[in-house]
Design a protein around this ligand. Structure first.
Ligand code: G6P
Length: 369
């Protein structure tokens, strides 16, 4: 097992550090920046239909559901298609309305999650076109779907998903860009700019990983926290949810993720000097708004850890701890902002003496209802 861990203390840490490679593997042969091209052989037969889709419904569970929420922003923003993101376990027990030309897309690392599989069977029986975004080649979900795009993240052993999440977001980004291109909702200039930035993501993830010692030092000061709040806006709202899920899964600290603006409708009541609040406060279209949310937390003595863009001085002055990450195109930010949150959860859980790779009560793949 020590050999399989490749010198890392846990599979989770190994998998976090594999992300520059797993994202690059996911892009290989699909993203051709020089030719300004995206090639997705796995959905070749359905791409033109996807570009005409009236509606896309993502069905997924857990971390994969969070990737679906990122996908919602991506498809709406780039391809101007209506998107819904459903918990597979809820979708399967409703009587969902499915019209001709609707696409149901399952997102699943294992490809074996019972609820996701059942949701797909229901959608198929109602005549939907079903696609899959799976990591495990030949899995049940990949076999039942009409077509799909594999995430190629390699085996993920740690129960808490890390590299599978960033690979899912990478695939959804490629799919949304290819759909937008086929539909004509993106200009050549913007398309080209985003794919050059996407190509640079693995190297930028590697830059963030160099900060692991700095993040470990911050973790030491929050090891005994009882609660945590994670806040972000736009594309970084699902990342806040994922940050909170990671922390509760492996450290057993109660954590909630919220859209930063929604804080004033409830969570703000929880804020005092004992409440750590993680803000994703990168330079993007919601930056100014997030900054004012940070001020609201600081005014109530909350302890703030902020994920900020390289070179940001303003937020740094306001918060207790700032973790700088490289700049990228706004729509690619989740691929970077997720990384420091994974490391933060990991180090807090290790310092609390938790079984990081196999947290209590959780399974890597939930194949029963
Ligand atoms: C379990 C795992 C999670 C995972 C979820 C969905 O709860 O512990 O890490 O996100 O199942 O799994 P899937 O394989 O469908 O992505």
């Amino acid at each position: 097992e020590a050999i399989e861990k490749g010198g890392f203390d846990h599979f989770m840490l190994k998998e976090i550090f594999e992300q520059p490679k797993s994202i690059a593997d996911c892009l290989r042969g699909r993203l051709l920046p020089e030719e300004a091209l995206i090639q997705l052989g796995g959905i070749h037969n359905n791409l033109s239909k996807l570009a005409k889709a009236k509606r896309i419904v993502f069905v997924a569970c857990g971390t994969s559901w969070h990737a679906g929420l990122v996908g919602e922003y991506l498809f709406e923003e780039l391809a101007r298609i209506n998107v819904e993101v459903e918990y597979a376990s809820e979708f399967r027990y409703r009587n969902p309305i499915i019209k001709e030309g609707d696409f149901i897309i399952a997102i699943s690392q294992s490809g074996e999650t019972a609820d996701t599989m059942a949701a797909l069977e229901l959608a198929k029986s109602k005549g939907a076109i079903i696609l899959g975004v799976c990591n495990v080649v030949g899995s049940s979900i990949s076999r039942i779907t009409d077509e799909g795009v594999y995430t190629h993240a390699g085996p993920e052993i740690g129960v808490a998903s890390t590299k599978a999440f960033t690979a899912q977001v990478t695939v959804l980004t490629l799919m949304a860009l290819a759909t937008a291109k086929a539909k004509g909702t993106i200009t050549d200039d913007v398309f080209r700019r985003i794919i050059f930035e996407l190509d640079a993501i693995p190297a930028k993830v590697a830059e963030i990983l160099k900060k692991s010692e700095e993040i470990k030092d911050i973790s030491k000061l929050f090891t005994f926290a009882q609660n945590f709040i994670f806040l972000g806006r736009g594309l970084n709202f699902p990342v806040a949810l994922e940050g909170a899920l990671k922390l509760k899964e492996i450290s057993y600290i109660h954590a909630e993720g919220y859209p930063a603006a929604e804080m004033k409708h409830g969570p703000i009541a929880l804020i005092d000097e004992d409440m750590p609040v993680v803000f994703i406060a990168t330079k993007d279209s919601s930056y100014e708004k997030v900054v004012s949310n940070i001020q609201e937390v600081k005014a109530r003595k909350g302890r703030v850890i902020a994920i900020v863009s390289e070179g940001d001085v303003d937020v740094k002055k306001m918060v207790d701890f700032a973790i700088e990450i490289p700049n990228t195109h706004e729509i690619l930010q989740p691929l970077l902002t997720a990384i420091p949150l994974q490391l933060l959860s990991y180090y807090i859980a290790v310092l609390r003496g938790r079984n990081v790779d196999q947290p209590r009560n959780l399974a890597k793949s939930v194949t029963v209802e």
